[in-house]
Each structure stands twice: as C-alpha cells, then as structure tokens.
Design a protein around this ligand. Structure first.
Ligand SMILES: C[S@@+](CC[C@H](N)C(=O)[O-])C[C@H]1O[C@@H](n2cnc3c(N)ncnc32)[C@H](O)[C@@H]1O
Length: 402
C-alpha cells in the first residue's frame, strides 16, 4: 500500500531520518519487533511517499515528531472528466475502512480541467452516500483528501486525525507558543552530527521557555506518544493490536533521555508552573509505557529575567555555576516586549546570552529581518536555517564558540 507523510516545507529530511531511526523497532502483527525491510522513500516537497504494509505504516504516527500527518493513498489517476472521477471514487474499497458515510473533506484543485472543488466534493459525497445507502453517523468518522493537480487526481484517507504537532501532553500554553513540530526540527538541527554521548552529556537550557515546548520536546525526542487518539483507530480495518491499552509495552525501544538535564527560565512568574505541569504530563506518559526502564529527567524551571544574571559568579542561580556542556535554545518574543539589555534588539540578545552563559551551542529563532550578523564575540555562526514560524519568515541560527 502507498502512503504519504506530509511535513512542513524543509522538514522532509528530518522526518525521513526519524522514520529510519524508528523503523527497526516497529512491531509486526505478532506484537514482536518486525523484520520488514525499510521501504524506498521518495522525498518530495512537503513530504515523503513510500509503499509498505498498513500495519507498519500506521505506527509511524506514534513516533514522528517533525511530520504533520500520515495519509493512505487510496488511488491516483489522470482525469479531465467528472463522471470518470465519480466512477473511480465509487470503486474504492471505502466499506473496508469507513464506519459510515459521514466524513470530512479536504479538496484542492489546481491547473486542472476539473478545478471546481465544490463539484468534486459533491460528486464524491454522492458516491459515498450510495455506497453506504444513506447510513450516516452523527459525527464524521474519517477525513478524505482529494487533490487535483495537472489533471492528476489523488485520493487519500487520513490516518492521523488531529495534526501531529498535537502531542497530547503539552496541555497548557503561554503566550506565542511554538509548534511542537518546529521545536523538534530545531532541536534535531542543533543535535546535527553530535554523537548520542555528546548530547547525553549536555545540559539544555531555554532562557525564555514560555510553556516549555523546547523542553518537553527535548525530553520526548526519541519516545513514542501513545495516549492521544489517531484517526485510524476508527477505521473498520484498524489492526486490533492498536486498540489494546497495553500494546505499547511491546516496543523494545531503549528508553532514552536525550539530554543530561533540562533547564528553563522565564521572566513571567506563571511560566515555571505551566512548564512544570506540561513536563509532568510528558514524564507520566513516558513512565506509563517505559515502566521499569523509565528514569525521571533531571530538570529545573524557574522565574528569572535571563538577561539580568544575579550578581556574583553563579549565572544559573538555582543550579549554581553554569554547566560546562551547556546548550541554549531560545524562541524570544519578536516585539517590543523583550527587555534586551542595551540597544540593538534581538541582535543584542544573542551576544548577551553568549556573554552571560558561555554556551557551547546557542540556537536562536528570530525573524529573518533581525539576522544575527556578525556573530557575537568569541562565537561563529555554525548553521542558519530558514523557518516559517506561524507565517513569519524566520531564521534559526546556531552559534558555537570559535
Ligand atoms: C515567544 S515566547 C516563548 C514561547 C515558548 N517557546 C513556547 O513554546 O511556549 C517568549 C517568552 O520569553 C519570555 N521572556 C521575554 N523576555 C524575557 C527575559 N528577559 N527573560 C526571561 N524570559 C523572557 C516571555 O515571558 C515569553 O514567555
């Protein structure tokens, strides 16, 4: 069967890396680690296309942190003609998947003779209501995606449901929270070529943590999410194993805390509590399936203006002296609210953080127009990545000591 994993633009290769990393640990139908070989994957703009077994593909929902969703490709064919579209749509095995004929539609058409999205949807609705002879549930049981591009029609069934950035553990949000998919991508960019040992020796600190998205993502970067719902669980064809509350115990993935410790500060005194609650939820979900292997993550979140280090030598006050292998990652507010010491806006922020904490790595996300240039004293720009953060063109710059 054919699948498509959609990703934000530019995240395709990280999603592929995640898929490769988790593949050896997926389960087979006997609930034991499988032996299916890794599929050939076509990396396209905005996603990955590949063929594999349904049973394995569905499990990617539990593990991919940089993907948006998983679609099952039902078919694709060339057409310029509505009756042909209707016939093809009607011939698909909807009864094997759907409980009834009430579904949600995502229809998009461009550069095609059949470019009227409303008519395409009406035609597909008619076919579905005939297949199900008017059986409709009260709420939609699935989402069907119809794409018409250059007269090529692709019909897919969504296996994910709510967007994958909804992890099911970051419950409380501060102001301007970032998407979990972006946080995961940026953390992966920071990790880059570093060995697992180097990462495990590093302490990660977010000096403007808000509700702690970077920190919760860092905690769970290599762990599964099993407690949120996924659309495929409503399919008639959903493998029974995934409906059992304890199926996640079968995974033999080593429980891994990527970083040695996680630290977070925020000038807003409400944020440490919020982050602590989100973090506790991640910890409790990981513990529920890692069981004996689970080790609590060393962490500390506190209220502080991170640009005003307390007097004396101890810059990370509750911790004492800043750890040697300190990595910092920051998503500052992009506006007037940021009380940067001295003039220079966000440019001064990178320099201040380097001066105060001397991190081994600093990853900073900010609008492209405020580019960090030149690098702060004693640092060089190791990487610069373009990111669309909620419609704002941003850069993620990684600085390392010279
Ligand atoms: C864009 S939000 C961070 C959002 C966070 N990444 C999340 O996903 O929830 C920026 C945060 O920086 C905090 N902040 C602003 N100036 C600060 C400073 N000087 N020291 C510490 N925190 C600061 C704000 O209170 C806000 O929570």
């Amino acid at each position: 069967m054919k699948f498509f994993i959609s990703t934000p633009l530019g995240f395709e290769n990280t999603a592929l890396l995640e898929m490769k990393e988790v593949w050896p640990y997926l389960l087979g139908k006997d609930a034991k680690t499988h032996a299916l070989s890794f599929p050939e994957v076509e990396v396209m703009m905005g996603g990955l296309e590949f063929e594999t077994e349904l049973f394995q593909a569905l499990q990617l929902n539990f593990f991919l942190k940089t993907a948006n969703r998983l679609l099952l490709r039902m078919t694709s064919f060339k057409t310029k003609d509505l009756p042909k579209f209707y016939q093809k749509f009607k011939s698909l095995p909807w009864k094997e998947y759907l409980q009834h004929g009430n579904v949600e539609w995502e229809v998009a058409a461009q550069k095609s003779r059949l470019n009227n999205e409303k008519r395409l949807q009406e035609s597909a609705e008619k076919a579905l209501s005939e297949i199900f002879a008017g059986q409709t549930g009260e709420t939609p049981c699935a989402s069907i995606y119809i794409r018409m591009d250059d007269d090529l029609c692709t019909i897919s069934l969504d296996a994910t449901g709510e967007h994958l950035h909804k992890r099911g553990w970051s419950i409380l949000k501060g102001e301007a929270p970032m998407r979990e998919t972006i946080a995961a991508e940026l953390l992966r960019e920071m990790i880059g070529e570093a060995t697992p040992g180097e990462v495990a020796g590093a302490t990660l600190c977010d000096p403007m943590m808000g509700s702690g998205t970077f920190l919760t993502e860092a905690r769970a970067l290599w762990s599964g999410q099993f407690q949120r719902d996924f659309a495929f669980k409503q399919w008639k064809k959903c493998p029974k194993l995934f409906l059992s509350p304890s199926f996640a115990f079968n995974y033999e993935i080593p429980a891994r805390a990527p970083f040695k410790a996680l630290l977070g500060m925020d000038i807003n005194p409400e944020m440490p509590n919020i982050t602590e609650k989100n973090f506790a939820e991640v910890e409790s979900q990981l513990k529920a399936y890692q069981r004996d292997q689970f080790k609590p993550q060393d962490h500390k979140f506190w209220a502080q203006n991170s640009l005003e280090a307390p007097q004396g030598t101890d810059t990370l006050s509750p911790i004492g002296k800043a750890p040697q292998a300190l990595w910092m990652v920051v998503n500052p507010p992009y506006g007037e609210r940021l009380p940067v010491a001295g003039k220079g806006g966000l440019k001064a922020l990178a320099a201040e953080l380097c001066r105060l904490y001397k991190p081994q790595k600093l990853g900073i996300l900010y609008p492209e127009k405020d580019k960090v240039d030149p690098a702060p004293n004693g640092y060089k720009i190791e990487k610069e990545i373009k990111i669309n953060n909620g419609g704002i063109r941003c850069l993620f710059t990684i600085l390392t000591p010279l």
